[in-house]
Design a binder for this molecule. Structure first.
Ligand code: DUC
Ligand code: ZN
Ligand code: ZN
Ligand code: ZN
Length: 467
């Protein structure tokens, strides 16, 4: 039938091992795994000989149609998820961020509306929390119990940052809900002071950005929130760990018993930051995000080794794209350059190139850090993040020998440049199957706008993630 598909002769890679089996898919679900499966006549069959079959990527860090720093991201829910599928990512978890005076429930409804009709793969949400009162407390509970939200993100930087007292109370509440706290860890007070000082000295270009928020400013916040996390016994997920010092600090806190997880980004693994200070405004502003991509050229390898060792668990994209014209808002004042970079399409290729092609990660490690660990942490496993009977049929047939060169000329994003421009990557998706439908077919993109479904992320009771 039209709703069935057979994938033959592939090497199936899960985070816990490799097997050689055929996969039979029906109505969007993996129905059977086995050798030489006999299936009814007339169904499509894909020969995956020589390819790896991977669980579709799970990118738990995207900002689509996101209002930030006075503007709105270039990638909307259509372009963002189209780019995702083209690159082998079949699930995203995006950040909802309410407007001032909007309740969390109103924000949730407005984000569902924005996404509906545009998304090309399944999507879940995290909610950003920017204050603390009884209304917020009650709405967080409703989001967990009625709307499939199990994670809340708090900022320690930007004007809407929370102080330690608020963080402490919110983390207690999140623990009681059986949810997960996500933290943007940078010391906002120090950044503001440094920014003022740099601008006064006449350092107004994009090079001022990293100077205002060096590694220890990131690491201090990581340490502080890990201490709070341990005091209140609330699990915490640190988003975008960008520096060696922050990663090491997180690992030390884990060793002391904090239940903390770490996510790094494709940008931090893919870009050698040593070139960054020498770029012109356009290029430097293009790569500008917070926390910054670090100038220390040993950072990407360090973070990759940490992924291998399990000191970091996840690679996200933090896709938060602004066009060249939007980046110019910050010409003459680096603190006004909209923060954010691309990565939704290229995350899988970049991790394969810098991780697997170099021999640091095995294919099973690759699956763990691009799909399985995020699915476990956000409690959508084993529906997502593995190839097993009963799981959603989200799969990537990955050709490890083919190469492609990343370029804005060919990418599926709406944004008008690509931070990985010119990077050659081994590892190309030949086929991407989204909910049982072939959405990349021999490298050709064939998506259906609006076909993605809202993914409820249930709370943990009790908290169960095991690495
Ligand atoms: N950092 C960014 O660079 N963009 C979006 C939000 C954030 O924390
Ligand atoms: Zn952030
Ligand atoms: Zn982000
Ligand atoms: Zn190579």
């Amino acid at each position: 039938s039209q709703n069935s598909l057979l994938i033959r002769n592939g090497t199936i890679v899960n985070a816990d091992g490799i097997s050689e089996n055929d996969i039979f898919i029906e109505n969007g679900i993996i129905k059977e795994l086995g050798k030489n499966l006999s299936v009814p006549n007339g169904i499509r069959s894909i020969d995956a000989k020589g390819f790896f079959i991977l669980p579709g990527g799970v990118d738990p860090h995207t900002h689509l149609e996101f209002e930030f720093m006075g503007t709105v991201t270039a990638d909307d829910f259509y372009h963002g998820t189209k780019a995702a599928v083209a690159g082998g990512t079949t699930t995203i978890i995006d950040f909802m961020d309410g407007k001032e005076n909007e309740t969390l429930i109103d924000a949730y409804n407005s984000y569902r509306e924005k996404a509906e009709g545009k998304v090309c793969c399944d999507y879940g949400f995290h909610m950003v929390i920017k204050g603390w009162n009884e209304r917020i407390k009650a709405d967080m509970e409703t989001l967990c119990s009625e709307h499939g939200i199990n994670s809340f993100k708090m900022f320690m930087a930007y004007s809407f940052r929370l102080n330690d007292s608020q963080l402490y109370s919110i983390l207690e509440h999140i623990r009681n809900l059986g949810a997960l706290a996500q933290i943007h860890a940078e010391n906002g007070t120090i950044i503001d002071k440094n920014t003022e000082r740099l601008l006064e000295k006449g350092i107004t270009g994009p090079e001022g950005h990293e100077l205002s928020r060096p590694e220890e400013v990131e690491a201090e916040a990581v340490n502080r929130v890990c201490v709070i996390s341990k005091q209140v016994s609330c699990p915490v997920y640190i988003v975008h760990v960008m520096s060696k010092l922050a990663a090491q600090t997180l690992a030390d806190c884990r060793k002391r018993g904090a239940q903390v997880f770490g996510e790094t980004l494709a940008s931090a693994l893919g870009l050698d930051g040593s070139q960054l200070p020498h770029k012109c405004f356009e290029e430097a502003a293009g790569c500008l995000m917070s926390p910054p991509i670090r100038p220390d050229p040993t950072t990407p390898r360090f973070l990759m080794d940490f992924l291998k060792q399990g000191n970091l668990q996840v690679v996200g994209s933090d896709n938060c794209t602004f066009n060249k014209e939007q980046k110019k808002i910050g010409m003459g004042d680096f603190s006004k350059i909209p923060n954010g970079i691309n990565g939704l399409q290229d995350r899988m290729s970049v991790v394969w190139e810098k991780g697997v092609h170099t021999g640091i990660l095995s294919p099973t490690d690759f699956v763990a850090v691009t799909s399985t660990n995020a699915a476990k942490i956000f409690n959508i496993y084993p529906r997502k993040g593995c190839i097993a009977v009963g799981s959603d049929a989200d799969l990537v047939v990955w050709n490890p020998t083919k190469t492609r060169v990343i370029s804005a000329k060919t990418h599926q994003h709406a944004v008008d440049f690509n931070i990985f421009e010119g990077m050659e990557c081994h590892g190309v998706p030949e086929y991407v199957i989204v909910n049982g439908r072939v959405c990349v077919d021999q490298g050709q993109l064939n998506i259906i706008k609006g076909s993605g479904r809202y993914l409820e992320c249930p709370v943990f009771c009790p908290y169960v993630y095991k690495q």
